[in-house]
Design a protein around this ligand. Sequence first.
Ligand code: R5P
Length: 264
Amino acid sequence: MEWGMKNRLSQLIQKDGKALFLPIDHGYFQGPTHCLEKPGETIKNIYQHADALMMTRGVLRNCINPAIEKPIILRVSGAATVVGEDLANENLVTSIQEIIRLNASAVSMSVFIGSKYEHQTLSNLAKLVDECEDYGIPVMAVTAVGRELEKRTARYLALCCRVAAEIGARVVKTYYCEDFDKVVEGCPVPVVIAGGPKTETQKEVFDFVYDGMQKGAVGVNLGRNIWQTEHPVASIRAIRAIIHDNYTSQEAFDLFEQVKAGKA
Ligand code: R5P
């Protein structure tokens, strides 16, 4: 692997082999998402605890200080929305020149395997990998299901992650599921866990992040379960402790309570 690719990957996945990505790209398909109406404000007190931030070029240019000292994972697929015909009908929406101009440390795009747009989105992944590999920029594939959340089984996600890695993704982001080890075992590149809709309780998040990490994930790409919670700083610090400091779910919850109370 050449120096540029290694350097960018090491900006994302830390020396301990773990990573906490904070996504704020939701507006690209659902508009001004709750708590993300002003992305710059949303992350003001929490971005410091993340290893990298994920967003589109529109939010990056307009809401993020260019002096920010965090690597950027640029979301480069889109062109389908929640009010449109099919969320899976995505294309690449950002050129390689723009990716380089914005100094992205990585790019991300969704693939919708098993959908009507499987071929289109996987072909887009191949194209993006070809272009980005020329410049040493890692591609993170997002295994997306649109509205079909029930698809999130280990068997299906293992297939998706493996296919994305075979096409050339350097990192794969997928949903947490039962038997998550089966997803990771069949994937030759690092896997990060996506968060999904906000859970009922804070502890549930710590539970699935902890379990996913035990089962081989290198980290998370987790948004709503951080910035839509009542206590985003406590939440991200507790999740960071699971990822980088080997906290158990209960230890993370205790830390969450302490931060919340202003005692840590
Ligand atoms: C999907 O790809 C979205 O754009 C988010 O990046 C992803 O779903 C992770 O965010 P959340 O934890 O809110 O699901």
